[in-house]
Design a protein around this ligand. Structure first.
Ligand code: FAD
Ligand code: FES
Length: 1305
């Protein structure tokens, strides 16, 4: 809850008594609706995205600008983005870029990569035309003028944007003002089925209530209690809300410090402290300033607006950002109960364990006292998190030192860490080591030694943070100790305390021009917005779960296995059946039809078996059935066992929790690929490709090197979780299925097979999908079968919408891969031989894993002509949830291994990796290692253009200089090429169909087999129809994808949706246009409408189907040759990063990407795909980490634990160039597929980081290849730097500790 911001709304309150409160009268703030209890909203006005504008009357500028800037793709996150920005503008109509970044930090988007959102909202900035390179100070207002004009063709018409007019905003409802001013508040009680909510208004009453119900929690921001209730099933029979008790919000400024009411939100505390810091002398505000540092980084704005100071302290999270600083800064709290009060220090005695403090059950926390710092005191706060913003800290710290007056001798020191134990931890012995001694290197060296014993968890980070504090204090002493101290901090050391760059620069996008002479009306090749952009931005876009509830509708909840490998001995459903609202519980035994699913010719038994089958004209040597529900044995945690159907979602979930399953564990579960290899646990066949004579080439090579790289999995994290609604029509066994899927036909077939009815009784409908990325094909078909089963058994409509945690647990992810390699190369950098073994962790069922393993091999060469190349790949069968397709389908794993090989060769030869890459690129028309012919001309053009546009060589020199001058910050730059095959190697999947109707009024309705999931297929196909029929876009409507309109669709996947469906739409339109030809000739001056009318009266059919057969692509694995792709998409990308070697945090400073996508049908949409895929790749390779417990339980089940890129991760400058003059005879209008290819280019950031790490290692005297596995999280990058601090950590003795997480793959 609260981690993604998609449900952001604005809450406004009117407070007539805000005397000492930091904000007065009407106060607007953004909140996450999912965490805001309705009972808490008494007297408040709530504004949703629908409330600020719509497409029927008037749009709000915030809605218009995100839409026109191409800031929405699937649109699921867009209402949240709009409302965050809207709230900012209500409070600050002329924000700075910094305000915008901060506001959007709590809103995640999985599609766009954020750049267009930032650009769209940048237009609201005070300094609208400012390049922002001077940070917050605008070059337009300070007279210097913009440094360089940035071109943004999408926003070129920005003068046409509706202006923001604050006087036009909704007013606060007068009746709520009257209510606030006149009402005499009284205690409120709300009673629910299981819970009573009591909201007193006086402190006295609050204390009485707490005495009566000591176990009842006090709810304030609900950011801790809420998620516990929602996701952990915690039940509180009574909840006391203290949000109307005024005393909890009082603020008092005293000479000794400031006393802040415990109920103050973190945003309010921030305002109070900002005021104090700006009005008091610096020496008094050390603690306050340190707290401000942390406050700006706690959660996102929506969290800070409701989470309270008292709640943060009382929650006693081990990684609370505030507690270490409050404790180090000598802050205290006032505790109150019916029997009296006590003031206690927030120190190690206060925090007694995980989530526990010394607060007695009947006590409340009234206020927090933050003292002014004393002369000679220095306080600092530090924070290290898996993502720069909106992420709980891994390790944080508050540190204070107090010096004897005018000297550097320490009188007092206090060091507190968070994230290194069950609660906030005091490093007391370390602090004692320093007291009485001078602040110098020698003292600190002794302190480091003590710290290693004092705090064992997160040890290298705790040391690094102490070192940073040491330098900060030295800097401080330089200005405060007189006479100045001897010795200066060496300049290269200063980099430890300098922040990473963070100013977002304008980015550049180079579009292609449309062909000369193209008619104005012809929209092909033009940068048009996504056709649903305005619906996304106004909240009008309908997703599966937005369909209104139908009469008698039920909800389905799944019961899943808690064991990885066990026999089910008993299922007791009685508890579940007796719960209120429960209608049905079913298991595998209740399936009337087929109990398994088979996909794309892959059939899988629960136990793998080998068998031959003929499918799609080719012989497959594998045949797997996937059981949709298990009843005898479970093979992973998260495997579905039962379905529970109830009248509401809550009832279904509660009943699912009441169901009891007994297991008998089976021995030897397999989790890692190493274990799978040892036990020969594979999904067959294993594949092999070989060209040349690899063994001989190794003998003849100048050098041979062996290595390996591991790549973790990746959660799809589509913003809209798996959602479906199945409605029995009521007669002749018909079922209507509304489902969020990439493959409506598979959903249709799955339902029909499961129920044992023909496909013609099932129609599957997809309006739009809120993100899919490969995760809504096979897994959705299983879920929809079960939802249909529930509807079948009950005869009622059934909805199933997974919670994020369930979705992550059940539906699998990208395959983690281990690549083991041997490479032979010459002194000049030519790679003459490579032999690679790939092991993909498939999980417990085959799904599409063998196909993924095949695609890994087909792309193992990436863009390099390696004359002797051998690859073998295996899909390992393990007891983890079954992995599935994910954008790139094995290619991002495969290419990473090849690039790592090149990187190793470069490190061994001590040459820049780009030189080795360039040397080995395909240079002339060639054959791939599976004998497919291609011409790499455009690959080379992308490479050379990227090199030039990124100014690679010049920047390599300045980076070398930077690295020489800075010990603790290092920069790295890396340029990566791609050659990506488009289409399905299974030729039959490349077909598509369409249906086009022209109505008598001339309007056109287009249906096709592709699904709209943000990639803009409907927009592009509208453009196609417009060109082919020669009518304006406004006459064309693309309707939902439905199997009843267009049957036997293929999945929208493999970057092939537009290629295939575009041709089908074109075919249908051509047919219709031809039919109209005689009429047009008869009446050349007629209008479209008159021709259509005439056609109708002449009895000419105005409806046509279109069909595209696709190329007969194939791959013959026995002969090791084939034509598995229609063509290749090429690109090259150069990224530069700056790395903090002490913490592993980094920033992407600049990315330049050149892509050959033929002649783009819609450059805005294609650039959106390029940027979004790049950012997803950046997430894959540098931050997104799935963690499993040693018994196979997925730990990372939500945005709190699993971090996808946020606004803060966008390259500070992100330039995208479309290669000009490129043509592609193999796809519609010479375009190319682009959905997947550029994901791999996110690895340019990984390899740039590797360069930076190599520079840090070189300072530690290390050279040559080193392991850095993906994702290169801050922890991994920091440890790879091998600084003196990481080296101080003693190695754990083998067997002395058990790892808390599996080392995957
Ligand atoms: C998405 C998300 C991101 C977050 N990121 C961060 C982060 O980066 N850094 C960080 O430090 N924290 C983070 N948090 C935690 C957040 O700061 C705390 O949950 C919050 O401060 C708790 O305050 P609350 O008012 O919401 O507490 P509630 O959930 O309302 O209550 C929490 C607990 O505190 C008790 N309590 C509250 N007020 C009082 C009182 N006056 N007297 C006695 N007991 C009281 C309640 O009884 C309850 O047990 C995050 C939380 C979320 C959901
Ligand atoms: S557009 Fe942001 S999640 Fe899809």
């Amino acid at each position: 809850g609260g981690g993604c911001g998609a449900c952001t709304v604005m809450v406004s309150r009117y407070d007539p008594h805000t005397k000492n409160h930091p904000v007065s009268f009407t106060h607007h703030f953004s909140v996450n609706a999912c965490l805001m209890p309705v009972c808490q909203l008494d007297g408040a006005a709530v504004t949703t995205v629908e409330g600020i504008g719509n497409t029927k009357t008037r749009l709000h500028p915030v809605q218009e600008r995100i839409a026109k800037a191409n800031g929405s793709q699937c649109g699921f996150c867009t209402p949240g983005m709009v409302m965050s920005m809207y709230t900012l503008l209500r409070n600050k109509p002329k924000p700075s870029m910094e305000d915008i970044k901060e506001t959007l930090a709590g809103n995640l988007c999985r599609c766009t990569g954020y750049r267009p959102i930032i650009d769209g909202y940048r237009t609201f900035c005070e300094s609208e035309n400012c390049c922002q390179r001077n940070g917050n100070s605008c070059c337009m207002t300070n007279g210097s003028g913009p440094l360089e004009s940035a071109e943004n063709p999408e926003l070129s018409g920005k003068e046409e944007f509706m202006p923001l007019d604050p006087t036009q905003e909704l007013i606060f409802p007068p009746e709520l003002i009257r209510m606030a001013e006149s009402a005499k508040p009284t205690t409120q009680r709300f009673r629910g089925e299981r819970m009573t909510w009591i909201s007193p208004v006086s402190l006295n009453e609050l204390l009485q209530l707490k005495a009566q119900h000591p176990q009842a929690p006090i709810v304030m921001g609900n950011t801790n209690i809420g998620p516990d209730i929602k996701f952990k099933g915690v039940v509180h029979p009574i909840i006391i809300s203290a949000s109307r008790v005024r005393e909890l919000f009082e603020v008092e400024h005293k000479p000794e410090g400031v006393c802040v009411g415990a109920g103050s939100s973190l945003s309010a505390v921030r305002s109070v402290l900002e005021k104090s810091v700006s009005s008091l002398p610096e020496e008094h505000t050390q603690t306050m300033a340190a707290l401000l540092d942390q406050l700006g980084r706690v959660g996102g704005e929506q969290i800070r607006n409701v989470a309270t100071l008292g709640g943060n302290i009382a929650s006693a999270y081990p990684n609370s950002d505030l507690n270490p600083v409050l404790a180090a800064g000598r802050c205290s709290v006032l505790l109150l109960s019916k029997d009296g009060k006590r003031e206690v220090l927030l120190n190690k005695e206060f925090f007694v364990g995980f989530g526990k403090t010394i607060l007695k059950p009947e006590e409340i926390l009234l206020s927090v006292f933050i003292p002014v710092s004393r002369k000679g005191e220095v306080v600092r706060a530090f924070r290290h998190a898996p993502r720069k913003e909106n992420a709980l800290a891994t390790v944080n710290a508050g540190m204070r030192v107090w010096f004897e007056e005018g000297s550097n001798v320490v009188k007092e020191m206090s060091v507190y860490y968070g994230g290194v134990g069950p609660c906030t931890v005091s490093a007391e012995k370390t602090a004692q080591q320093v007291v009485g001694r001078s602040w110098n290197e020698e003292t600190l060296c002794d302190a480091y030694k003590e710290l290693v014993d004092d705090v064992t968890l997160g040890a290298s980070l705790t040391l690094s943070l102490l070192f940073k504090f040491y330098l900060h204090v030295l800097q401080h002493l330089k200005d405060t100790v007189h006479p100045p101290l001897e010795g200066q901090i060496p300049p290269e050391q200063l980099s430890a305390v300098e922040p990473l760059p963070n100013i977002i620069q304008p980015s550049y996008r180079e579009f292609q021009d449309v062909l000369e002479g193209q008619s104005e009306q012809d929209p092909v090749g033009r940068a048009l917005w996504h056709r649903s952009a305005l619906s996304h931005a106004t909240g009008e876009a309908v997703y599966c779960d937005d369909f209104p509830h139908t009469d008698g509708e039920l909800f389905l909840s799944m019961v899943t296995s808690t064991r990885a490998h066990a026999k089910i001995t008993h299922i007791d459903v009685s508890g579940a059946l007796s719960m209120p609202g429960v209608v049905d519980v079913f298991t595998a035994d209740d399936i009337p039809g087929q109990k398994f699913r088979s996909f794309a010719g892959i059939k899988e038994e629960l136990m793998a078996g080998e068998e031959k089958s003929i499918f799609g004209g080719r012989t497959l040597v594998f045949n797997y059935n996937i059981l949709i529900f298990t009843c005898a044995q479970v093979t992973c945690v998260g495997q579905m066992i039962c379905g529970v159907v109830a009248d509401t979602k809550q009832h279904a979930k509660l009943a699912a929790r009441a169901l009891r399953i007994s297991y008998e564990d089976l021995p030897d579960p397999i989790f890692t690929v190493e274990e799978a290899v040892q036990k020969h646990s594979f999904f067959l066949p294993q594949r092999k490709l070989e060209k040349g004579d690899v063994s001989r080439a190794f003998q003849e090579a100048d050098q041979v090197h062996e290595g390996e790289i591991r790549l973790g999995g990746q959660e799809h994290f589509y913003m809209e979780t798996q959602s479906m609604l199945v409605i029995p029509v009521g007669e002749e066994k018909e079922m209507k299925v509304f489902v969020s899927t990439q493959h409506p036909t598979m959903a249709q077939e799955a339902v029909a097979e499961t129920l044992g009815i023909p496909s013609n009784r099932v129609s599957s409908h997809v309006k739009r999908v809120g993100g899919a990325f490969g995760g809504k094909v096979t897994k959705t078909s299983i879920l929809v079968s079960l939802t249909a089963l529930a509807a079948w058994r009950t005869g009622r409509p059934v909805r199933c919408v997974l919670e994020r945690g369930e979705d992550m647990l059940i539906t699998g992810a990208r395959h983690p891969v281990l690549g083991k390699y041997k490479v032979g190369f010459m002194k000049d950098g030519r790679i003459t031989a490579a032999d690679v073994q790939y092991y993909a962790n498939a999980g417990n069922t085959a799904d599409e894993s063998v196909l993924v393993a095949e695609k890994i091999l087909l792309h193992m060469d990436n863009s390099y002509n390696i004359p002797n190349l051998r690859g073998q790949s295996s899909a390992c069968k393990t007891n983890l949830p079954s992995n599935t397709a994910f954008r790139g389908f094995g290619v991002p794993q495969s290419m990473l291994v090849m690039e790592n090989i090149i990187n190793d060769v470069a490190l061994i030869l001590n040459r820049p990796a780009e030189e080795i890459r360039e040397k080995n690129l395909y240079k002339e028309p060639s054959l791939t290692h599976y004998k497919m012919e291609f011409d790499p001309e455009n690959l080379l053009r992308c490479w050379m253009e990227c090199k030039e546009k990124s100014e690679l060589e010049g920047r390599q020199l300045s980076i070398a200089q930077f690295n020489q001058q800075n010990r603790w910050k290092k920069r790295g730059i890396s340029m990566i090429p791609i050659k990506y095959g488009i289409g399905f190697a299974e030729g039959f999947l490349n077909q598509a169909a369409a249906l086009v109707h022209i109505y008598k009024d001339g309007s056109v309705l287009v249906s096709h087999g592709g699904t709209e999931m943000g990639q803009g297929i409907h927009t592009k196909l509208q453009q196609v129809a417009s060109r082919e029929l020669n009518v304006p876009l406004s006459l064309i409507h693309i309707t939902e994808t439905a199997t009843s309109s267009v049957p036997n669709t293929c999945p929208s996947a493999a970057s092939f949706g537009t290629d295939a469906n575009g041709m089908a739409v074109k075919d249908a339109c051509e047919t219709l246009y031809k039919r109209l030809e005689p009429i047009r000739k008869q009446d050349p001056n007629g209008t479209w409408k008159s021709w259509i009318s005439k056609a109708f009266f002449d009895k000419i059919s105005l409806s046509a189907t279109g069909y595209y057969r696709g190329q007969d692509l194939y791959m013959d694995w026995e002969k090791q040759e084939g034509l598995p792709y229609a063509y290749f998409t090429y690109a090259a990308c150069c990224s530069e990063v700056e790395l903090d070697c002490l913490t592993g945090e980094y920033r992407t400073i600049r990315t330049d990407l050149v892509a050959d996508i033929g002649r783009s049908i819609n450059p805005s949409i294609d650039i959106g795909q390029i940027e979004g895929a790049f950012m997803q790749g950046l997430g894959l390779y540098t931050m997104e980490e799935l963690k499993f417990s040693p018994s196979g339980v997925l730990y990372t089940r939500g945005p709190g634990q699993y971090k996808i890129p946020a606004v803060c991760d966008v390259p500070l400058q992100f330039n995208v160039y479309l290669l000009s003059g490129s043509h592609n005879p193999h796809a519609i209008y010479s375009s190319k597929g682009i959905g997947e290819p550029t994901l791999f280019l996110g690895s340019s950031v990984f390899f740039a980081l590797k360069e930076a790490v190599a520079a840090a290692r070189s300072d530690s005297g290390l050279s040559g290849p080193f392991p850095l596995h993906s994702p290169a999280t801050p922890e991994r990058a920091c440890s790879a730097c091998s600084t003196r601090f990481t080296q101080m950590i003693p190695e754990a003795e083998t067997g002395s500790a058990r790892s808390w997480a599996l080392e995957l793959p």
